[in-house]
Structures are given as C-alpha cells and as structure tokens.
Design a protein. Structure first.
Length: 316
C-alpha cells in the first residue's frame, strides 16, 4: 500500500483519481480549497479508512503527518470560465502551489507528478503536437494566465528534478471528459450535453471546423497511474489522438442523446486554439498506454450520468 497526496482531489479528474487509487488499496490524502472542486465528487469515499480529505489552499505551506510515497499535483482551475474568473488564483496555484507541492515531495522523499496541459502548446503551429514542440502561446492574452501557469509549473518541476534530484513526472493532459464535469463550467462537453438535454441549439464558436481530441476520464486516470509509477522524467502527452471537428463532435453528442443536431454559431474567442491533437507515440511506446473507450461509449456514459443525477443539473 502506498500513500498518495492528491492536490485538487475534489475536482473532476482528481476525484476519479482518488476513486481509482483507493479501489486498489492505496491510502489517499485529498487536498482541495473547493474553489472549483466539489465535496460531492468525493462523498462516496467518506468513511473509508484509506481516504482523508483536507480543505487546503496549496499555495500555502502544506503539512502532512507520516510518510508519503507520491504527491500528485492537479490543483488548478482548468476551464476558461474558471481561469478567467480566477486569474490570480490560477497563476498562484501554478507557481506557489507547485512550489509548495514540490516542497512536500522533497521533504517526504516522495515522487512528484505534475498534471500539466496541452495548453502549454498554445495555438499550435505543429500538428499533431509532440512533446518536443515548444508551443505558440500569447503570454498576455486572456488564456495566458492558465497557459503560462502550467508552463512555469513544468519549468519548476524540472528544476527540482535537476537541482534536488527529485523523482518527477509530467503529463500534458489533452481534452478529457466524463461524469462529474460541472454542467456550467464552459467546456464543450458539458455545454453540449446540457444543451442537448435542454433542447437548446449547440453553441459552436467559430465556423465549427476547429478541432479537438476527446479522452474519456477512465482512460486518462489509467495513464496518470502508469506514468506516475514509470521511469519517464520527460513530459508525456496523455489524450486521445482521434481528432474531431467541433461541429462533428456536436453531431456525435446529438446522436448519442437521440436528438437532431442544431447549431448556433458564435465568434471564436481570442487565442482559442484552432487545432488540438496529441501525438501519443511516447505514451504508447514507453508506457504501453492508449485510450480504450470509444467516443460514442464515453458520451453514452457521460450523458447517462447527467440524466440520472439531478443534483448536477443545478447551476454551479
């Protein structure tokens, strides 16, 4: 049994990671300040002797009693709605939060995992995106608070690895979806699901030809676990390489929901990436990882979850 500290553990991906690790007999200490995380995401773990929740702003000093084997740093607003609402907090958790989480890992002689993002590539000039690509990011644009926070977090993580010899792992996470996404967080999957369930037209920004690649959360969590336990110190893309146009994705959501697709086109936001597709050769070759859940199956599970749990249809 290993002991994990997961920052941002009450968030969408973090809560699924808590479930996964506890189900495999590991002890999990979940930390979250609940700005965008939700205690209802982790309520099924309440009372489990292997799980502990601590309400904690990880930009402050982190104290944990006893040994720790892994520190998994996922804390950060992750949707445009959130990081535009909390720009300073996003920058602070990428900088100060990463520093404090790295400090905990160093003090405990634990392995550190950073949940970075495909947004470090910005609006990419290379397609698909490989880990060797340095990115095309506007540091003072509206998305810069998130993009640069994660780029800085990567730099600090690598510095701790090189200077202190800390065991570190970095995942660049591409678009991920599944149950527990907040219905009103502004990302395309919950937005489209909410709209099809409410009988509204799907809001498409731009002409619908820009692309994304969607990975189901169970596949991502499995990849995080493999990477965190591997010997790979360089960044690794984790995502689904199956590229879809946003209009095509909207048609897939509509088909799974059993409705006719209807679109409402709106202006594309500033600095919104035109394409996004991971090259997962490194993960496939060195981790033996690739997504297994098809888009249609993942959407079926996600839409079913939103239909069945009325609490999550309430405004956030």
């Amino acid at each position: 049994m290993a002991t994990y500290v997961i920052t941002g553990g009450a968030g969408f991906i973090g809560s699924h990671l808590c479930d996964y690790l506890v189900s495999r007999g590991h002890r999990v200490i979940c930390m979250d300040n609940l700005i965008t995380g939700r205690t209802r995401n982790i309520e099924r773990l309440a009372g489990n002797d292997l799980f502990l929740f601590i309400k904690q702003d990880v930009t402050n000093y982190i104290f944990v009693e006893g040994p720790v084997d892994f520190v998994l740093h996922l804390a950060s607003p992750a949707s445009p709605v959130d990081y535009l609402k909390y720009p300073i907090q996003t920058l602070k958790v990428g900088a100060l939060g990463t520093h404090k989480a790295l400090g905990l890992a160093k003090a405990k002689n634990a392995r550190f995992f950073l949940a970075s993002t495909s947004e470090v590539y910005g609006d990419p000039l290379e397609h698909p995106q490989r880990e060797t690509y340095w990115g095309n990011v506007n540091p003072i644009g509206p998305r810069g608070v998130y993009d640069e926070a994660k780029r800085f977090a990567e730099a600090m993580t690598v510095a701790y690895h090189r200077y202190h010899g800390l065991e570190t792992r970095i995942a660049r996470i591409f678009n991920t979806y599944g149950p527990r996404m907040r219905m009103n967080d502004g990302r395309v999957v919950p937005t489209f699901v909410r709209q099809v369930l409410s009988g509204e037209p799907l809001s498409v920004f731009g002409d619908g030809t820009h692309t994304r690649s969607f990975c189901y959360v169970d596949d991502l969590v499995r990849g995080i676990d493999l990477l965190s336990r591997s010997d790979l110190t360089e960044p690794v893309n984790l995502g689904n390489p199956e590229e879809r146009t946003i209009e095509g994705f909207g048609r897939a959501v509509s088909a799974v929901a059993g409705v006719e697709p209807d679109f409402q086109f709106k202006p594309l936001p500033v600095d919104d990436p035109k394409v996004r597709q991971p090259d997962i050769s490194r993960a496939r070759d060195l981790l033996g990882w690739e997504p297994e859940v098809s888009l249609e199956e993942g959407l079926r599970r996600t839409i079913s979850w939103f239909r069945e749990d009325d609490r999550f249809r309430m405004p956030d």
